[in-house]
Design a protein around this ligand. Structure first.
Ligand code: GSH
Length: 144
């Protein structure tokens, strides 16, 4: 049975939401997941994230935590009795933060872009093709 005091507002294909959905089970936290519809955002989402009106939002004991990296950090700090999500070595921690930031700046926004495109064109095969094309290009840029 999911903890009723931990609720995640999510949209299942979102890579930002995915971060939180990886962190929660890593810490052994059960939660209730509520899916959002971007064309008709719930009043709960608008109330919990009035600034950005975006998912993911973690609601813990009725208090909202917004922004995926902030949420992951919160989870790590709030459930301290479980092993930390980040390595204990400061250098390795800095590397993990570097790649989290890199994904934010170079990969995730493209994923967000294709999610919005999906809402517009309603042709998921075309959108998956565009996303795959963009990801292959990013990988080539990184490794070449
Ligand atoms: N910087 C935010 C980005 C979150 C974000 O872009 N969420 C998208 C889904 S992937 C969203 O809620 N979009 C709804 C909208 O733009 O109206 C984070 O890391 O949580």
């Amino acid at each position: 049975m999911a903890d009723t005091n931990v609720v995640l507002l999510d949209f299942w294909p979102s890579s930002y939401g995915m971060r939180v959905k990886i962190a929660l089970p890593e810490k052994g936290i059960s939660y209730e997941c509520k899916q959002e519809d971007f064309e008709a955002k719930s009043s709960l989402l608008l109330e919990m994230n009035p600034v950005h009106k975006m998912i993911p939002v973690l609601i813990h004991n009725a208090k909202p935590i917004c922004e995926s990296l902030n949420i992951v950090q919160y989870i790590d700090e709030a459930w301290k009795h479980k092993p930390s999500l980040l390595p204990s070595d400061p250098y390795k921690r800095s590397q993990a933060r570097f790649w989290g930031d890199y994904i934010d700046k170079n990969v995730s926004y493209m994923h967000s872009f294709t999610l919005h495109l999906q809402l517009l064109v309603k042709n998921s095969k075309l959108v998956i093709f565009i996303e795959a094309f963009l990801i292959v290009n990013i990988v080539l840029v990184i490794y070449m």
